[in-house]
Structure formats: structure tokens, C-alpha cells
Ligand binder design. Structure first.
Ligand SMILES: [Fe+2]
Length: 282
């Protein structure tokens, strides 16, 4: 049917539990909770999510599992994310269609159907805020390290075609950061040089110059160590349709990374609290 809404969402580990969120990440949490209400109004049939914390080596994986149920302790941060339960429905049929479409496009795509596969925190953390009732089916996608940005974009294009041809209403989530040159100390922002690239990228996005934003990705990713090499952003660009309106909802640092929540909807998001773009470029 349609991709009703696409979003770039943060997943910084320190927001996993709402009662432990530091002050400088509160805006991101508040914005995600506002977007949860927006998603509830959209009533999507499925959420398709690509996560920087599902890095596959060679194949593009699609999580075809009919029921996603597990308890997550994050490998990288078991102190922050420990024994977090999740229980979301899947969409095995649509996921299988994505696999076939990718293979027919000549891409190395495989489906995964495994009740023992445990989700990563790039999936669990944003979904805890955006779909707190766990009542919307989810299809997860890996970021594939052997795939270039261009191949990732082509994979996203194949996915988007299937989603638009389906009779389902879809919300697409790209879970990952911008600058991601991590340092110790959660309060730290990116360096001035890294953040200058963040600002330029955001400016292109907010001006709907998606072509320039995409074109700067390879060098931006290299110089600012954009999370997953920017693959989650390449796939996001493949989902954004003409007429989509970007809205900058929130941002924040985490250990030298820069994280933003930007929505791309067909209509103006009803929140009156979205920021003017200039406010972010700080
Ligand atoms: Fe991450």
C-alpha cells in the first residue's frame, strides 16, 4: 500500500530504561514517546526495521520469524541492557516476499526463521518506546558489511517496491547514529570536525536535498565513523518518497556519537513540539 512514515531513530543504550536516561538524552526519549502516539494513529500493519546492531558479514538477512520473543542482554553493554524481555509478532509472508525480491534483484539475501535468534538492542531499544504495546508486527533487517552503500541502497529500493505493492500500511525505521567515533564518557559530543559533517548532512536532509546527503555519505562515513558505515542511512534514503516532509524531532550525544530522531511523513506530524532545524545545529 504505502510507506506511511519513515524514521531515523536513536538506540543509545542508556535510554533503554526510561528511569535511567541522562538529562542530555531526555529529548530523544520524549520525542520517541510522541511518535508512539503518531504511530498508533497511523495503525500500520507492519514495521520494517534496519538495525546497525545486526551487522551481518556477507548476506542481507531478513528476520522471517513469525513471533519475535526473547530476553535481551546486550553483548556490548550487559550492565545497561540486561534481561530485557520483548515479544512482538512478525510477518512471515511479507518477509518472505522481501527475500524473494532481493534474490530476484541479484542480491545476496537470505531469510532467517529461528525462534532462538535474539534481537539486538538497536531493534529492542527504539521499539520499547515507539511500539510499547508490542502489538504491531515487525520485520528486522541486518546491515551487511560486505555490501557497499550503493548495494545497500539497491536492496532498500527492492524492499520499498515490495512494500508499496503490498496491501499493507508500513512504517520504516532506520535505527542508528550519525557520527559514531566513540569515546569513553557518555556526555561527550562528537569532535568539532565530525559534528561539522553532521550539521552539513542534516542541512541537506532538512532541505530535502537527499541526493547531496547521499552523495556525501562515503566520505562522511569514513571521516566521522558514521554508524554501520552509513548503511542504515543509505537504506533510509531508498524509502523516502517524493513529497515526504522531514521533521527534526530531537537529538543528543552519547559517548562521542551524535544521534537524531528525524521523521519523514506524508503529512505534517501533529506534535507542536518539533524543533526548528536551526535549533539543532548547535
Ligand atoms: Fe549503536
Amino acid at each position: 500500500m504505502t510507506i506511511e512514515l519513515s524514521m531515523l531513530v536513536p538506540h543509545v543504550p542508556s535510554i533503554c530504561h526510561e528511569d535511567q536516561v541522562p538529562d542530555f538524552q531526555q529529548d530523544m526519549v520524549s520525542a520517541m514517546k510522541r511518535m508512539a502516539k503518531e504511530i498508533e494513529q497511523i495503525k500500520p500493519d507492519v514495521i520494517v526495521l534496519v538495525s546497525c546492531h545486526w551487522p551481518s558479514t556477507f548476506f542481507h538477512y531478513v528476520d522471517c520469524t513469525p513471533i519475535h520473543k526473547g530476553i535481551l542482554t546486550a553483548i556490548e553493554a550487559p550492565d545497561l541492557i540486561k534481561d530485557v524481555p520483548y515479544y512482538y509478532p512478525g510477518d512471515a509472508d511479507l518477509a518472505a516476499e522481501l527475500v524473494i525480491a532481493g534474490q530476484e534483484a541479484g542480491l545476496q539475501v537470505q531469510g532467517v526463521n529461528d525462534p532462538y535468534y535474539v534481537w539486538d538492542y538497536g531493534s529492542v531499544v527504539p521499539l520499547r518506546y515507539l511500539v510499547p504495546k508490542e502489538d504491531i508486527p515487525v520485520i528486522n533487517l541486518s546491515v551487511t558489511l560486505a555490501a557497499s552503500l550503493d548495494e545497500t541502497y539497491r536492496w532498500g529500493t527492492a524492499i520499498a517496491e515490495v512494500l508499496r505493492d503490498s496491501d499493507k500500511r508500513v512504517v520504516f525505521l532506520s535505527s542508528g547514529a550519525l557520527s559514531h567515533n566513540l569515546v569513553r564518557g557518555r556526555h561527550n559530543k562528537p569532535t568539532i570536525a565530525e559534528h561539522a559533517l553532521d550539521k552539513q548532512f542534516i542541512e541537506y536532509v532538512m532541505n530535502k536535498d537527499f541526493k547531496s546527503a547521499y552523495q556525501m555519505l562515503p566520505e562522511y562515513a569514513r571521516m566521522a565513523r558514521v554508524e554501520s558505515g552509513g548503511r542504515h542511512l543509505a537504506m533510509l534514503f531508498s524509502m523516502i518518497e517524493d513529497g515526504c516532509q522531514p521533521i527534526y524531532m530531537a537529538d543528543g550525544q552519547s559517548s562521542g556519537s551524535w544521534n537524531v530522531l528525524i521523521t519523514f511523513g506524508k503529512k505534517v506530524v501533529s506534535s507542536s513540539e518539533e524543533k526548528v532545524e536551526e535549533e539543532f545545529i548547535k
